[in-house]
Design a binder for this molecule. Structure first.
Ligand code: ADP
Ligand code: C5P
Ligand code: MG
Length: 209
């Protein structure tokens, strides 16, 4: 048995899942301002690592992202674990309170879920944004006009949807069986999605932990 690096008595971890373009990044900003979550996006961390001078993983990450495939979990989990440690060191939570981490776009595959919970920290809750593919596709194509992302194009989007259905939905199902999922439909205006997300967070008492 390994002991996780962080204890749930010190930190609260909420995983944030949903298809590409379902609105995770958008809602994360709301969750940060309303509940003081520290937002860590696995995709953002991978893109930063890809650009980091001297990274041995840059080319590999670039290839996986363009193909919409899941980067080997050791890389992503190490980036998240180190980002949590950096955040706790640079802006520790007030005495007597727990740090709250919102981990966006993770775990996208069951092996990531198990490895993270065994070695980094068990999670409290999974927020899941449910959105039809045609809505997500339209959003991503629009985002692609300005995002500069190599995967916001029709071909990569198709591959990302496939990975989401085949590889990431089983993660949602796994946590659903444990009754740890708050599911919110996401094909409605941003404020309405957020109202439902808030209701879910508060029903599970995450804001009081
Ligand atoms: P994700 O992080 O899940 O891939 P984003 O938060 O980046 O998704 O959202 C994808 C795009 O859709 C962005 O351009 C965002 O502005 C837009 N968007 C997000 N939520 C909504 C919504 N509820 N209604 C309409 N557009 C949205
Ligand atoms: O979440 P985001 O859309 O920013 O992720 C972009 C890409 O980063 C994914 O399509 C995938 O290639 C990679 N990724 C991953 N593992 C994660 C999160 C993202 O491999 N947990
Ligand atoms: Mg995002």
């Amino acid at each position: 048995m390994t002991t996780p690096r962080f204890s749930p008595t010190d930190v609260t971890v909420v995983f944030f899942l949903g298809g590409p373009g379902s609105g995770k990044g958008t809602q994360s900003a709301n969750l940060v301002s309303s509940y003081g979550f520290v937002h860590l996006s696995a995709g953002d961390l991978l893109r930063a690592e890809q650009e980091r001078t001297g990274s041995q993983y840059g080319d590999m990450i670039r290839e996986y992202i363009r193909e919409g495939k899941i980067v080997p979990m050791e890389v992503t989990v190490a980036l998240l674990s180190n980002a949590m440690a950096d955040s706790l060191a640079s802006s520790p939570p007030p005495a007597g309170t727990k740090a709250r981490f919102l981990i966006d776009g993770f775990p996208r595959k069951l092996d990531q879920a198990h490895f993270f919970e065994d070695t980094v920290c068990p999670s409290e809750l999974v927020l899941f944004l449910d959105c039809p593919e045609d809505v997500m596709e339209a959003r991503l194509l629009k985002r692609g006009e300005t995002s500069g992302r190599a995967d916001d194009n029709a071909e990569s989007i198709r591959k990302r949807f496939r990975t989401f259905v085949e590889t990431s939905m089983p993660v949602v199902e796994y946590f659903r069986k444990k009754d740890r999922v708050v599911e919110v439909r996401a094909d409605i205006p941003i404020e309405e999605v957020f109202a439902k997300v808030q209701a879910g967070i508060e029903a599970r008492n995450i804001h009081r932990r």
